[in-house]
Design a protein around this ligand. Structure first.
Ligand code: ADP
Ligand code: 5GP
Length: 226
């Protein structure tokens, strides 16, 4: 059985960094390389971070029903997951990791309700701004748009099964590994007490209080916090 793991985060939270680490640590995990109409950034290569295609090519793939999900992100570009990655993961008996936005996560959850979703958050808005600047890949206009978009995206945290605040990278990597492995074991009817205990700390219902100051730094309030 193929387990599908969805990871979403406001841009700059450290999702790609975490995903790169976890791909080296967890066996039998395949990664879907998305298609996008945005231009490559920095050292990105076609077929490695993304398949960079034109809008015409993307729309042709939509018409041919080649996407498991797709969305317009930042109102500018299309991003989509090709169906063939899920098919291939199933054939190879591997789990599948998807790095997609909130809209894509919703589409996957409605098609594959057993998918496990994880939302990554930065410790606060100013740290997110520093990370976006530190990455030195985006123009000032793009950084401002991503910060604005982050404020809109984070309120969707309640739609996810697990919430991971990416403060210390080493802790976040361990947490993500525990979530993936404990969910994998659970679906095999097995359990590992240590892994489950770590993963449980990041379940939505167990992190609500911790999220309040983060949401406040973006000018938002946390729903469901007493
Ligand atoms: P995303 O994929 O979410 O857009 P990146 O993985 O590109 O974000 O990370 C954005 C920047 O933040 C990168 O320069 C990365 O090295 C840095 N970064 C990632 N995680 C952490 C962390 N836990 N602490 C400090 N910096 C981090
Ligand atoms: P970036 O341009 O920073 O690489 O990604 C921007 C956003 O697009 C991120 O939130 C990322 O998760 C999302 N994204 C990347 N690939 C896909 C995809 O295939 N589908 C959807 N819906 N979103 C994606």
């Amino acid at each position: 059985m193929t387990n599908v793991f969805i990871i979403s985060a406001p841009s700059g939270s450290g999702k790609s960094t975490l995903v790169n680490e976890i791909r080296q640590m967890v066996r039998n995990l395949s990664f879907s390389i998305s298609y996008t109409t945005r231009k490559p950034r920095g050292s990105e290569q076609d077929g490695r971070e993304y398949f960079f295609i034109s809008r015409e090519e993307f729309e042709s793939m939509i018409c041919k029903d080649e996407f498991l999900e797709y969305a317009r992100v930042f109102e500018t570009d299309y991003y989509g997951t090709a169906q063939r990655f899920l098919k291939k993961a199933k054939e190879e008996g591997k789990d599948l990791l998807l790095d997609i936005d909130v809209q894509g996560a919703e589409q996957i959850k409605s098609k594959l309700p057993d998918a496990v979703s994880i939302f990554i958050l930065p410790p606060n808005r100013s740290e997110l701004e520093q990370r976006l600047r530190g990455r030195s890949q985006d123009s000032e206009t793009v950084i401002q748009r991503r910060l604005h978009e982050a404020g809109r995206e984070i309120v969707n945290y309640e739609k996810y099964d697990y919430i991971l605040v990416n403060d210390r990278l080493d802790e976040s990597v361990k947490a993500l590994e525990a979530i993936l492995l404990s969910e994998r074991l659970k679906r095999q009817g097995r359990t590992d007490a240590g892994l489950s205990a770590t993963a449980e700390k990041y379940r939505l219902e167990n992190v609500r209080q911790r999220l309040q100051p983060i949401l406040q730094s973006f000018g938002k309030t946390a729903a469901g916090v007493k």
